[in-house]
Design a protein around this ligand. Structure first.
Ligand code: NAD
Length: 433
């Protein structure tokens, strides 16, 4: 099939490339000229394992190309996928200006029947708005569908090629059958439903996962006070198939470009129909508070933070990505700066992106985990990159001024800690040293 994907970000780029890998002809479009220039030169504007090789292969096979010219790409396509951003407005509502802008460009470029698919996460009713918007600008026939995306950054290629399920929201059986044929090589687990339910499935799924995280974080906070170990508690809970073990890792909470904005948007979606989503409001509040437990633990360990040198390991909101949108490290480092601390920070991939959001003469940007730890009064592990767990605590002890660690992701084992000289604060585990 001939596809074009509008928005070459984490979702559009990965799904476009994966559709090309399945044998479709795909044009990825972005209005950001730098991104397209980089892609055309064989580069990748985002960090995502496996992506670079797939791009090279599919470009060489002549199935994948990149452009800023939406009009030309839409004219050639049978299926147009909208994968532009839907960031939060200050009210928490989703900003639909990008998706509406893209829909208008598609409408103006129409030259015959197209299936127009929304992959961006959009509030219930948005696809109907898009349908009306396009119909108001073109007389060409078209069908619309909501096919929400569930990939996770850091494993986006794998998730796209091996999805748990595909949800196709479409009212027109022809549209549903075209999109079923497109997705069938990926999975047999395809759910076809109405458009509004498809839009809601995305928000409900993210809200549920966020709830699981805040739930286990509150259990962790109680564990700290009653002397239980949340890792054992989560293991015991997860053995129950009704609960499942995923998303039960206690830590400093979720961040990134999806959970924070999608939970806020769902609270607003409910509010717009006079429903107060009390549970989700608490999930958001718990998540925000969880980040600041790092500061509380630092104060407990060091007393005064003014003048202290604090090492930070991990700036990305999760490992294996360069995405720093709403990363816990932003709030934590901001608080440290306000308290008058000096910071030595390191991330394997995300430092350049992070510095666009937060920079200061009080921060030293280190080139390695060891360099970040040098001379520190305490070290905070904020993202569980694999390389951090590989640094020996004995080696760290020699580098740091004081062997104090706040492990926000419970990376080190009880045995490693007990064998070390570290004063170690983790999340929801008894004080080990
Ligand atoms: P992103 O910010 O990485 O990429 C969006 C891209 O769209 C940008 O490169 C931007 O330049 C481009 N763009 C905006 N308007 C355009 C236009 N009119 N024409 C061409 N290009 C345009 O966003 P993302 O993280 O890929 O997210 C996209 C959508 O997918 C959002 O709604 C998000 O909620 C949803 N989603 C994201 C993830 C994720 O993990 N990132 C997962 C599932 C769903």
């Amino acid at each position: 099939m001939k596809l074009c994907v509008i928005g070459a970000g984490y979702v559009g780029l990965v799904s476009g490339i994966c559709f090309a890998a399945l044998g479709n002809t795909v044009v990825c479009i972005d209005q950001n000229e730098d991104k397209i220039r980089q892609l055309r030169a064989g580069g990748v504007p985002i960090y995502e394992p496996g992506l670079k090789a797939l791009i090279k292969d599919n470009v060489e096979q002549g199935r994948l190309s990149f452009t800023t010219d939406t009009t030309a790409a839409v004219k050639e396509a049978e299926i147009v996928i909208l994968a532009v951003g839907t960031p939060s407005l200050p009210s928490g509502e989703a900003n639909l200006s990008y998706i509406e802008g893209a829909a208008c460009e598609v409408a103006d470029a129409m030259n015959g029947y197209k299936v127009i698919v929304t992959k961006s996460t959009v509030p219930v009713g948005t696809n109907e708005r898009i349908q009306n918007l396009i119909a108001s600008r073109t007389s060409h026939p078209f069908g619309v569908a909501s096919v929400p995306e569930f990939l996770r950054e850091g494993s986006a290629v794998l998730d796209t090629l091996h999805p748990d399920r595909i949800v196709i929201g479409a009212s027109d059986p022809h549209v549903a059958s075209v999109l079923t044929a497109l997705h069938e090589p990926l999975t047999t687990n395809i759910l076809t439903t109405d458009i509004r339910s498809a839009e809601m499935i995305k928000y409900a799924s993210n809200a549920f996962l966020a709830t699981k995280i805040s739930f286990i974080n509150e259990i962790a906070n109680i564990c700290e006070k009653v002397g239980a170990d949340v890792t054992r508690v989560a293991h015991g809970m997860g053995l129950d198939q009704r609960i499942g073990s995923s998303f039960l890792s206690a830590g400093i909470g979720y961040g990134g470009s999806c959970f924070p904005k999608d939970t806020q948007a769902l609270i607003q979606i409910a509010g717009n129909v006079d429903y107060e989503f009390k549970l989700l409001k608490s999930v958001v509040e718990v998540n925000q508070g969880q980040r600041f437990n790092v500061i509380r633990k630092l104060e407990e360990a060091l007393g005064e933070l003014e003048g202290a040198t604090i090492g930070i390991w991990g700036l990305a909101f999760k490992p294996n990505t360069d995405d720093v949108r709403d990363a816990p490290a932003l709030d934590i480092m901001q608080s440290l700066l306000e308290a008058g601390a000096q910071i030595r920070a390191y991330d394997p991939i995300a430092t350049a992106n992070f510095r666009k959001l937060l920079d200061s003469s009080e921060i030293t940007w280190a080139d390695s985990a060891q360099e970040a730890a040098e001379g520190c009064d305490a070290l905070c592990l904020l993202t569980e990159w694999e390389e951090f767990g590989e640094v020996g605590l004995g080696e760290l002890n020699e580098l740091m001024k004081h062997p104090i660690m706040i492990d926000g992701r419970n990376v080190y084992s009880e045995e490693q800690i007990r064998r070390s000289a570290f004063a170690y604060y983790s999340v929801g585990r008894p004080q080990l040293n």
